[in-house]
Design a protein around this ligand. Structure first.
Ligand code: FAD
Length: 324
């Protein structure tokens, strides 16, 4: 691969993995960066990520750069990851970086932007590379701002699940970049534990099943957990469920919780307040299970099931298990 002053501008996409595999929402990020005028590079941590080349080929990634370091442990420190990415960007003359607006992205991208003194826009819905503008929701999704970024570098965090992945097949070459920088050992992640909402981060989940006051207590969330496990979903909640101490705040969806954008959102015993709706209204399909057919969520959803969630959810779980 040509380093520095190549014919086409290079754009990098930071690969994120879950349980050793590329996160499905990452393909939408690649699609946001795709165009015929640029050379696309994927940056991935660890020598074992070389196996991703076949998965990235259909999406227009010309080069997969696997970033390695003498001690794999040094990459558990997000500051070291940021330094390694900056070195790789400099080495390959990359001035534009795309990544997911995920928990990891929110941790990493500001570190990179601060070190590069680069403009950073998180939660982008669309990026126009030609005029260097992005679209981003503001004020609890009430407005969409178009923001122009200028500067030597540009960094974009893309909202998960907003952009439908499109293929653009090319040949993908794998390149190893050995990061030799000094490791910052002031911070080390010693343990990562799974939160109650499950292994899937709410903001990136493709399917979310959420419970509200209608769940009646914290123990009853177990029926949502069981259903979520069968569907590969994350479990969310309304603020009432959080304020009552039934579930942690990390599970709250809405204006003062997490903004989510799943393909499927199932609201159980949630009335549909404007504050809750603000956090999930961009979901692809909304299903509402509520005993009150006149609840606001029943009017706003794609499919409403008027009934008792304590009968419907276990029946749904049984059916899903039977058809697995
Ligand atoms: C500044 C501010 C910020 C806020 N931020 C948020 C936020 O981020 N997220 C959020 O969620 N809220 C937020 N709220 C709170 C919001 O206004 C609502 O109070 C809250 O969303 C209501 O939660 P709920 O739908 O679970 O409860 P309720 O409104 O009480 O609705 C419970 C629903 O459960 C149904 N139900 C009861 N039993 C059953 C059953 N057995 N089966 C099926 N359905 C049943 C009922 O018919 C009812 O519709 C905020 C409020 C303010 C003022």
């Amino acid at each position: 691969m040509e380093e520095k002053s190549g014919p086409m501008e290079k754009i990098a996409i930071l690969i994120e993995t879950r349980q050793g595999e590329i996160k499905p929402s990452l393909y939408g990020v690649i699609t946001a960066a795709q165009d015929a005028e640029h050379e696309l590079l994927a940056l991935a941590f660890g020598a074992d990520t070389a196996r991703f080349a076949d998965q990235l080929k259909p999406y227009g990634i010309h080069h997969l750069v696997t970033i390695t370091a003498p001690s794999a442990r040094s990459f558990s420190n997000p500051d070291n990851r940021a330094r390694a990415i900056i070195r790789a960007m400099d080495h390959f003359d990359i001035r534009t970086l795309f990544a997911l607006t995920s928990l990891a992205g929110k941790d990493l991208l500001p570190r990179i932007a601060a070190r590069l003194d680069a403009p950073l826009v998180m939660d982008c819905l669309a990026v126009n590379l030609v005029d260097s503008t992005v679209e981003k929701p503001q004020f609890s999704e009430k407005t969409i701002a178009t923001i122009r970024v200028t500067g030597h570098h540009r960094i974009f965090g893309i909202r998960p699940n907003m952009i439908e992945p499109k293929t653009m097949p090319v040949e993908t070459e794998t390149v190893v970049f050995n990061y030799q920088g000094t490791a910052d050992d002031r911070l080390e992640v010693v343990e990562t534990r799974q939160g109650k909402s499950g292994a899937i981060d709410l903001s990136e989940a493709e399917i979310i099943i959420s419970g509200g006051r209608g769940m009646k207590n914290g123990e009853n969330f177990q029926i949502l957990q069981e259903c979520a496990q069968v569907m590969g979903a994350a479990v969310g909640a309304s603020r009432v469920a959080v304020d009552n101490g039934w579930v942690p705040h990390s599970m709250q969806v809405g204006q003062t919780g997490t903004t989510v954008c799943p393909k499927l959102y199932i609201a159980c015993g949630i009335s549909g307040s404007i504050q809750h709706f603000a956090g999930m209204k961009t979901a692809g399909t909304i299903v509402c299970i509520n005993t009150d057919p006149d609840a606001a969520m029943m009017q706003q959803c794609d499919y409403g099931i008027a009934g008792d969630l304590f009968k419907i959810i276990p029946a749904l779980t049984r059916q899903l298990k039977a058809h697995r």
